[in-house]
Design a protein around this ligand. Structure first.
Ligand SMILES: Nc1ncnc2c1ncn2[C@@H]1O[C@H](COP(=O)(O)OP(=O)(O)O)[C@@H](O)[C@H]1O
Ligand SMILES: [Mg+2]
Length: 244
């Protein structure tokens, strides 16, 4: 049975889709069969980041409406890595648990299933969170983002997600030292969420919103690879010096 993980945040644009894509790539490289589900209807960020072959035009809404078999809506991205696209428009009049019920049916075919939540704390987050056992809450080291992370934690627990972990993304050691970003300890204290990893600011990650080629060996990519190991239960130490 797959471990089901929702990637969420209070504030938008903090790196949820990047997190889902790079953790998915890392877990797949570790031999874990991983499905990424894009829940950000209308945006399709995972589609752009992962550039799947055009082997299917279907998305999870088509499967929910029985317009295709669920398996026909899933694209193979690479060895052990699969993508279920988001619909082009926000679905209306659908039960909140429609995606969760679809995923229940295929959960034993994967090791990990990630849902990449949309921004905001409402219905879209709930759809992505239902059925997940774990949440990765992504925050950048600033006051608004960490406040949003704390709020997201509360809401996710209300949706039945029992384990929540914080990823501090776009950490910049120099900026933190100069007081221009929150220090890691401060960010954790303000969210009350247990930390699973810190990802540095990485220009190669920013560039991929234009190049559509996710980095393979940069410092940001390595940080996600370490988080992927922690998700698998390995005891990988958090060493801030690795992030510079
Ligand atoms: N660690 C990082 N270093 C540099 N840029 C990043 C990093 N993480 C995310 N970004 C950039 O931040 C922007 C928002 O990321 P995205 O994953 O789309 O956020 P969200 O899904 O939360 O809206 C993108 O341009 C992405 O490339
Ligand atoms: Mg996104």
């Amino acid at each position: 049975m797959a471990k089901r993980i929702v990637v969420a945040s209070g504030k938008g644009g903090v790196g949820k889709s990047t997190t889902a894509a790079l953790l998915g790539m890392s877990l797949a490289e570790d031999g874990k069969k991983t499905l990424l589900i894009d829940c950000d209807a209308g945006l399709g960020a995972l589609d752009l980041l992962l550039t799947p072959s055009a082997d299917t035009a279907y998305n999870w809404l088509d499967a929910a409406l029985d317009e295709c078999a669920f398996s026909d809506a899933i694209s193979e991205i690479g060895p052990q890595l699969f993508l279920l696209r988001a619909p082009a428009a926000r679905p209306e009049d659908l039960p909140e648990d429609c995606l969760c019920r679809l995923v229940d049916k295929i959960a034993d075919e994967y090791d990990y299933i990630f849902t990449d939540a949309p921004a905001g704390l409402g219905e879209g987050l709930k759809r992505a969170a239902l059925g997940a056992d774990t949440a990765l809450i992504v925050a950048t080291p600033d006051e608004v983002s960490v406040k949003g992370a704390g709020k997201t934690d509360e809401i996710l627990r209300g949706f039945g997600v029992s384990e929540t972990r914080l990823i501090v993304n776009r950490y910049n050691a120099k900026a933190a030292k100069k007081g221009k970003q929150l220090a890691i300890d401060n960010a954790i204290d303000k969210t009350y969420v247990q930390l699973i990893g810190v990802v540095p600011e990485d220009p190669a990650i920013t560039a991929c919103s234009v190049t559509h080629a996710l980095p393979k060996r940069t410092k940001g990519r390595r940080a996600f690879a370490r988080i992927a190991k922690r998700i698998q239960g390995e005891n990988i130490q958090l060493t801030l010096s690795l992030l510079k």
